[in-house]
Design a protein around this ligand. Structure first.
Ligand code: UTP
Length: 297
């Protein structure tokens, strides 16, 4: 295994069925939270956590994502004539970051595990992060250098252990997540993980701690991604690969977080994220609040 942890894999090739019909022609990652698309919050988080390269696992129907990050001087010139300095700075900042963006096609949405496998050649033998773009951290716009992703990155660099982000979730929601079985108690916010189960039933869940979309893996994970769905799953699940990897003796640590992560791939989660970011908006927050109050009477 190589030493550097510079790569983040961001899968954006899912079908986004929970957000239809909005996602019929627009990728869910391009839906706005206030004035910027979901994917931009996630790219900012990755950049500020210290990564140097993002591999998007995408689909030919999702060109809008590449176009958003593409530096297009013609558009900039046209825009520059019509917008103010701060808007222009915002637009330039989208593509000015010192981070490489690479796009790899997943021809068919066969599942998250399959999407990650598509990155294997590009990742080579490096450790890498997986960042699910539909999970957006509350407040991620303000405190990015100390984000949970940055903490996971540091933890990996110190220990070389695979690690992932955990959040405590209500018991009645365990069947929507990969749920972990902790081995020892938490130290420095991290716990050793003994097992992980994909979407367990309410009464069979080993805990109420769920994986919430931020992972760091050694390249060994690729060996454990099954070639077809396991058990009763319809898709090739990343959780199954993680489970096989732990059961084969690889270490996995979990960082417990009380940061709220919105599920922006779901109508309620998306709405919640929009309201939360809008109310905290520096310039228009007060006005948004006034409007929300009027409509909640
Ligand atoms: P989700 O299951 O949340 O996304 O996958 P989805 O499949 O797009 O959503 P629904 O359930 O149909 O509404 C988590 C992440 O993995 C990506 C998705 O784009 C999302 O960011 N993904 C999922 C892929 O890239 N490829 C896949 O085959 C499946």
């Amino acid at each position: 295994m190589k030493n550097k942890l510079d790569i983040a894999v961001v899968p954006v090739a899912g079908l986004g069925t929970r957000m239809l019909p909005a996602t019929k022609s627009i990728p869910k990652e391009m839906l706005p939270i206030v004035d910027r698309p979901v994917i931009q919050y996630v790219v900012d988080e990755i950049y500020h956590a210290g990564f140097k390269k993002i591999i998007f696992i995408t689909h030919s129907s999702k060109n809008a994502i590449g176009e958003h990050f593409n530096e297009d001087s013609k558009i900039k010139q046209d825009l520059a004539k019509r917008i103010n300095k701060s808007q222009l700075k915002d637009i330039k900042n989208i593509s000015n970051k010192k981070i490489d963006l690479v796009y790899i096609n997943q021809e068919e949405a066969l599942g998250l595990g399959h999407a990650i496998k598509c990155a294997e050649k590009e990742v080579e033998k490096n450790p890498f992060a997986v960042v699910l773009p539909d999970r957006v951290a509350d407040g991620s716009a303000t405190d990015l250098k100390r984000s949970n992703l940055a903490k996971l990155r540091r933890h990996f660099m110190n220990t070389r252990n695979n690690c992932l982000l955990l959040a405590k979730i209500p018991k009645n929601e365990v069947s929507k997540f990969g749920i972990i079985k902790p081995k020892k108690s938490f130290q420095n916010g991290f716990v050793e993980i003994e097992d992980i189960v994909e979407k367990p039933k309410f009464n069979k869940a080993p805990s109420d701690l769920a994986a919430v979309g931020r992972y760091i893996f050694t390249p060994d994970i690729f060996e454990y991604i099954p070639p077809k769905p396991l058990n009763k799953s319809k898709e090739i699940e990343l959780t199954h690969a993680i489970q096989l990897m732990i059961r084969d003796g690889h270490k996995l640590n979990g960082l417990n977080s009380d940061t709220k992560y919105f599920d922006c791939g779901d109508k309620l989660g998306y709405f919640e994220s929009f309201i939360s970011f809008a109310l905290k908006d520096k310039s228009l927050g007060k006005d948004y609040k006034r409007i929300v109050k009027i409509f909640s009477k």
